[in-house]
Each structure stands twice: as C-alpha cells, then as structure tokens.
Design a binder for this molecule. Structure first.
Ligand SMILES: Nc1ncnc2c1ncn2[C@@H]1O[C@H](COP(=O)(O)OP(=O)(O)OP(=O)(O)O)[C@@H](O)[C@H]1O
Ligand SMILES: [Mg+2]
Length: 148
C-alpha cells in the first residue's frame, strides 16, 4: 500500500484485477477516470501506458497463485503515485533495472518505457512478490512539480 501522508486533499483508488489480457483495458479505463477526476488530464496517457506495462509484466512473468494484480493510485496536489503489486515469484530487480538495453531489442522494453513515461520508477521484488511504484508530477508550473 502507498504510505499515508497528511495531505488533506489526497485521493485514492485501489482495485484488483485477474491475470487476463482484458485487465489491461479495464485498468486503462479506471486510471483515465481517476486521473481526469483529479485534474491530471495532461498526464493521463503516460500514466495509463506505464501502468499497463507493469500490469502486463505481472500477466507475462509473475504467475501469482492467487491470480491477482493489485493497483493502488494516490493523487495529491502535485502528483499521482501508482503501485502495481503481485504475489508472484518475483525477480532480481537490481540486475534487471541496471542492465543496458540494446537500442534495437524487441523485448525487455517495459521498464525502459515506464522510466521514460514517469518521473520515478522503483521496484521491490523477492520470492513473495513484486511491487512497482511510479510517480508522475503535474509539472505545469502551478503546483511546484519538477518541470515547472
Ligand atoms: N511482476 C514481475 N514478476 C516477475 N518478474 C518480472 C515482473 N516484472 C518484470 N519482471 C522481469 O523483469 C524483466 C524485464 O521486464 P520488462 O518489462 O522491462 O521487459 P519484458 O517484459 O521482458 O519485455 P517487454 O516488456 O518489452 O515485452 C522481465 O523479463 C521479467 O523477467
Ligand atoms: Mg514487460
């Protein structure tokens, strides 16, 4: 779960999805509504795509016994945080996140994409599961985001 903050205007959405391809479209729609409702229209496509890649990884690589993907969203004044969690087999995140990507590689692009779309991407993974945490700032100069 996302850490509790004391920001009074925080807004949250959590949902669970099964490991099926249909979950990608369902997640995109829920994220779109949540992001737009919280005033992140400009960022919505990047957040949708990055979250989709994290969900796709659970479907393709994690094989959790409980067939469940957890998505937690937190909107605050200046950013949206997303967590995608699974209780699958996990992986060596340090090695995967540090490796160089060949420019023409046809796979292994998911985390490269997430890092390009979001401001921060962090992964914790062990044999009990994986949590991918991502954040995207509003960055429009009105609320002190990094690009503003
Ligand atoms: N939730 C997860 N559980 C277990 N392993 C994972 C998870 N997410 C990622 N991985 C591992 O990290 C690797 C890199 O993921 P990444 O999304 O960058 O590339 P990919 O999924 O192999 O290829 P692509 O995303 O381009 O189809 C995966 O091949 C997989 O071994
Ligand atoms: Mg992937």
């Amino acid at each position: 779960m996302l850490a509790d903050g004391d920001r009074s205007n925080d807004n949250r959405l959590s949902f669970d999805l099964p490991c099926t391809k249909k979950s990608l479209a369902r997640a995109r729609e829920k994220i779109r509504r949540f992001a737009v409702d919280n005033g992140f229209e400009t960022q919505v496509e990047d957040i949708q795509l990055a979250t989709q890649e994290a969900i796709k990884n659970v479907i393709q690589h994690a094989c959790p016994a409980d067939n469940n993907i957890r998505v937690d969203l937190l909107a605050s004044g200046d950013s949206i945080e997303v967590e995608v969690s699974d209780m699958g087999m996990g992986f060596d995140a340090d090695t995967v996140m540090r490796r160089d990507k060949a420019p023409m590689a046809v796979d292994g692009r998911g985390f490269v994409l997430m890092e390009g779309l979001m401001d921060t991407v962090g992964v914790t993974s062990d044999s009990e599961g994986t949590v991918v945490r991502m954040e995207k700032s509003r960055g429009d100069g009105t609320t002190g985001g990094p690009e503003g």
